[in-house]
Design a binder for this molecule. Sequence first.
Ligand code: SF4
Length: 304
Amino acid sequence: MTTTPAAAGIEPADPSERGGTRVDGVEVLGALSPSRVGDFLNCPLLYRFRSIDRLPEPASPAAVRGTVVHRVLEQLFDLPAAERTPAQADRMLAPAWAELKEIEPAVATMFPEDGPEITAWLASCHDTLAKYFDLEDPTRLEPADRELYVETLTDDRLLLRGVIDRVDVAPDGAIRVVDYKTSASPNEMFEGKALFQLKFYALVLWRMRGVVPKMLQLVYLGNSEVLRYEPDERDLLATERKVLAVWEAIRTATERKSFEPRRGAGCTWCAHQALCPAYGGAPPPYPAAAERATPEAGSPAPPA
Ligand code: SF4
């Protein structure tokens, strides 16, 4: 089957996938964000669908909840410290939801306009946001940056990029990288996977600022837990080797036009099962533009 999915869809949830690259004339082999590395490691075919075919995906209530809650947590720190209260955050939810619908009208198609589904979903957004205040006191924080776009070029001319939810800098210059998750924390077996994203950001910040971040902090609003990790240079060098190895694998797959499906837990939420050979489907023809572009030719090499 070679049908394409419904046209309705939203832009990727990862903001680094929305803004395009900031290469600014520098010829790069390609670009990678933690999300795209994760896609390829989980399932090379999923990477192809998202990064090469660029197939739209339907809006998911969980992902959109994450977007709305992130937006409120970003805007909360625009307020004077004393006004960063749970009640104020609660009031900011409706405007954040309205703003998102304006930017991405497809999200409004998740639920009927006024039914019980949207009421329950908005309530879940309020609950998730409320949990934030159990974990941190925003009146005592002054973030150095929020939604910070970061990028660095490796020696191999691979652009590493992403958007960090929050960066805190202590008076002594120590950097803390903070990421909010609206899901629950993973069990110990999967903690490494969860930390990979923050190690990736720490690597990029280290390259940009010459300082290894002191602390990586994952704030899980789903079950009110915080995961903290202190990285060192060895960690970040290992992360860089891993990213470069993934990039090599992507280049090889691109040259061969061969991105194999890899079944796993993620298949449950995959929007592309109908096109997946592992589920009896067939991918669409390999995009002609991607066929013409060799990874060595620079943009548009496999995008992040
Ligand atoms: S259904 Fe599973 S195996 Fe197929 S593309 Fe999606 S994640 Fe990969």
